[in-house]
Write a protein of this length. Structure first.
Length: 257
């Protein structure tokens, strides 16, 4: 639901998603007359309005014996016998998916964190104002003083000493107080170490869409931000030196430790 204002004197016609924001803008307007408000329903409401309005042809009367031939399993109708317009429903789903992805891409490229922070960071909630005047809470990554030191040590062992993931996990488990595990009261595993080594967020970039349907996506399909949108824990050279061979060559995830 959006609200559009229109001033007859100066032609001012902004659009707001929230009625309260429109009222505040109208109160601050400098013209003598009061702007006219027009409330517009969302575009997809018309699809749902028309979703049940087409009368179904599912029931066909057999003139020979007077029997009613019911529709097949691929036809869905409501209690009033109206056929669901699958084209409208499919268009609504596709548009909703497109808008959700565009919103995620915008957040990532702006440098905001989506989801839980990675090991070594904590999420700092800040309030930002978008161009339309809406105030929203966003999360940015800041280093956690204890776990950030563990991440740096992992990259030193991997990049400078060439240790395998299993060896690094054993060293971390030897001193749980100095190297706390990602899971409380848990233990380090080679998979957990590898997850840290291959996470590009430790270089100061935000990244999203690294997997598609649960499988690793090519690097060129990732959505990344500009460099140093948050404080990096390792430099680019150390990060690339620590990568497994197949990942460094762009061949996806390797299975060896």
């Amino acid at each position: 639901m959006t609200t559009r204002l229109y001033c007859r004197e100066c032609g001012w016609h902004p659009e707001f998603r929230r009625k309260r924001a429109a009222l505040r803008a109208a109160a601050r307007h400098q013209c003598t007359g009061t702007p006219v408000a027009e409330i517009r329903p969302p575009w997809w409401s018309r699809l749902w309005t028309n979703l049940w309005t087409t009368r179904s042809d599912a029931s066909v009367i057999d003139t020979e014996d007077g029997a009613v031939d019911q529709a097949g399993d691929d036809v869905l109708a409501d209690a009033h016998g109206n056929r669901i317009q699958w084209a409208a429903l499919s268009a609504h789903r596709a548009e909703t998916t497109r808008r959700a992805r565009a919103a995620m891409v915008e957040l990532v490229r702006a440098g905001y964190q989506i989801g839980p922070p990675p090991y070594g960071y904590r999420a700092l909630r800040i309030r930002v104002t978008d161009p339309s005047g809406h105030s929203k809470l966003r999360a940015v990554l800041v280093p956690d003083w204890q776990t950030a030191a563990v991440v740096k040590q992992v990259f030193i062992w991997r990049a400078d000493h060439g240790m395998a993931f299993v060896v690094i996990a054993a060293r971390l488990n030897s001193d749980p107080r100095q190297y706390p595990a990602p899971v409380p009261n848990g233990r380090w595993t080679a998979k957990a170490v590898r997850r840290i080594v291959t996470n590009i967020k430790y270089t100061g970039r935000q990244v999203w869409a690294r997997t598609v349907a649960g499988r690793p996506a090519p690097v060129e399909q990732w959505v990344t931000s500009a460099p140093k949108v948050h404080e990096p824990l390792v430099d680019e050279r150390t990060f690339h030196q620590a990568q497994p061979k197949r990942v460094a060559e762009g061949g996806g995830h390797d299975r060896a430790a």
